[in-house]
Design a protein around this ligand. Structure first.
Ligand code: COA
Length: 260
């Protein structure tokens, strides 16, 4: 696929996806969401990719939201399709990815931008970034999972305050509320994201995938997270990675995981 709105690079088993609409503060239009869907699902079948680091082009914004100019004249049915398609094809795909996805938040993460970051498994943010869900200023509410994921991350009271006031918070405030994992300088943003990713990539890929599924199960309607954990845990015993991990421990050497 030819990408018009994304920059893609694979280096040392990490797929770097940069949303590249700097003049529009990397706002998520339909084309960008389509490319994100393709790039991410394509990487699931690419054995050279162990994990994904997602960031925005330029120094100002990670993503300043869904592209307002595209939905300005929508009716309720079009709004429903926008939210459903975005959630199922991009946000849920990232949330449920077996390969770890880290958001490197390099500036404004607003609306759909913060929702995109929240769908990722881990968030690293530069200290000059601002985060928020300003949809109520447009007469809307978050539609890409923001009401659910923010509440899961920071609790109902903090989520409601952020959504209802539409305030932008600082990176430090986001860290304090548990919305992000780490705050670093802009220069350290990718370095810190790579440090975390490289550590994960040195672990068993089958166990990493199982852990993501088990954690997500508890957040999914109709699923019993504890039961999912028992199943995922037991399946690990049938993997080559488990035998390699235990053998390496006994032989006092580092494991070499093959991911099966
Ligand atoms: N959708 C479409 N275009 C957007 C956008 C969005 N979500 N966010 C920014 N842009 C565009 C602006 O329209 C502007 O384009 P133009 O130069 O063609 O006019 C360009 O990006 C730069 O943004 P600008 O507003 O001039 O930058 P700023 O520094 O003055 O303000 C923000 C930065 C992030 C505070 C401001 O752009 C903003 O509030 N964006 C919308 C945030 C939002 O409500 N997101 C939720 C959408 S559901």
């Amino acid at each position: 696929m030819k990408y018009e709105n994304l920059l893609l690079e694979i280096k040392n088993r990490i797929l770097y996806i940069t949303i590249n609409r700097e003049s529009k503060l990397n706002a998520l239009n339909k084309a960008t969401l389509g490319e994100l869907h393709f790039a991410i699902t394509d990487s699931f079948n690419d054995r050279s990719v162990g994990g994904i680091i997602l960031t925005g082009a330029g120094p100002k914004a990670f993503v300043a939201g869904a592209d307002i100019s595209e939905f300005a004249t929508f009716n309720p049915d079009e709004g429903r399709n926008l939210a459903r398609e975005g959630q199922t094809k991009v946000f849920d795909v990232i949330h449920n990815s077996n390969k770890p996805v880290i958001a490197a938040i390099n500036g404004f993460a607003l609306g759909g931008g913060l929702e995109l970051a929240m769908a990722c498994h881990i968030r690293v943010v530069s200290d000059n970034a601002r985060l928020g869900l300003p949809e109520v200023t447009l007469g809307l509410i978050p539609g890409y999972g923001g009401t659910q994921r923010l509440t899961q991350l920071v609790g109902r009271a903090r989520a409601l305050e952020l959504i209802l006031t539409a305030d932008m918070i600082t990176a430090a405030e986001a860290l304090q509320s548990g919305l992000v994992n780490h705050v670093v300088s802009p220069e350290e943003l990718i370095i810190k994201s790579e440090e975390i990713m490289n550590k994960i990539l040195s672990r068993s890929p089958v166990a990493v995938a199982a852990a993501i599924r088990a954690v997500n199960a508890g957040l999914t309607d109709g699923e019993n997270g504890f039961e999912a954990e028992i199943n995922e845990f037991s399946n690990c015993f049938g993997t080559a990675d488990f035998h390699e991990g235990v053998t390496a421990f006994r032989e006092k050497r580092k494991p070499v995981f093959k991911g099966n």
